[in-house]
Design a protein around this ligand. Structure first.
Ligand code: CA
Length: 230
């Protein structure tokens, strides 16, 4: 199933998009504003984003920049604007394509399929699921043996630190939301205890980062979550 995030504040357009997308077996999440869009993207990892540029709380271009901080998900812009400057700005910010409103549903769906197709990994996927060891220049994580090696020595991690590290490493390069991390590591009744994450991320950085105050591997996405980069 291809998951689409529709970011649009006009209910009639949302309704038309949701009906047409669901009829073609897409899974659809809808966000009426930019803040919801960024949260839903982090929580749901859509395969493609349909983004209206004129949103009530922020410019759609800001949403593009927010997404591009951590994801390469294809972004198809819906623009009612006719000046090419704004379309260029959206593309510069990282949008993949745009459709001008009012749009024909067939054209939109064709562009959506093309955007998803372009984003498909070449040569059989990212391999994140069958990853066993992850190497950075500073340390190596062995997911099968549940060990971390730094400079030839095993790093002692508590079970909670290990669990947090494991969730992040299995999502290498992807934003993991605060809520997802809390629920996976601490349990389903957690979700708002973001201070736990701050404390444990600081511990992981102290043990594994070359310069814990300028992390290269354990990246904070303020207000949203964390991301591991090799
Ligand atoms: Ca709008």
């Amino acid at each position: 199933m291809t998951r689409v995030l529709v970011v649009e504040d006009e209910p009639q357009i949302v309704r038309a998009l949701v009906i047409n997308l669901k009829a073609r077996k897409y899974e659809v999440d809808a966000a009426p504003d930019g803040a919801t869009a960024l949260q839903l993207a982090a929580a749901r990892h859509p395969d493609v984003v349909l983004l209206d540029l004129g949103l009530p709380d922020m410019d759609g271009v800001e949403v593009i920049r927010g997404l591009r901080g951590w994801t390469r998900v294809p972004i198809l812009v819906l623009s009612a604007r006719h000046t090419s400057d704004e379309k260029v700005e959206a593309l510069d910010a990282g949008a993949d394509d745009y459709v001008t409103k009012p749009f024909g549903m067939d054209e939109l769906l064709a562009r959506l399929r093309a955007a998803v197709r372009r984003a498909e990994p070449v040569g059989g996927g990212e391999g994140a699921d069958d990853l066993v060891t992850v190497e950075t220049e500073g340390f190596t994580v062995d997911l099968a043996a549940k060990k971390v090696n730094r400079d030839g020595r095993d790093v002692r991690l508590t079970p909670t630190e290990w669990h947090l590290l494991e969730v992040l490493v299995r999502n290498t390069g992807r934003l993991v939301s605060q809520k997802q991390l809390l629920q996976e590591v601490w349990g389903p009744s957690y979700g708002t205890e973001t201070n736990y994450l701050r404390v444990y991320m600081a511990q992981l950085r102290r043990k594994l980062e070359g310069d814990p105050s300028h992390p290269r591997h354990f990246i904070t996405e303020p207000g949203m979550g964390y991301r591991f980069e090799r």
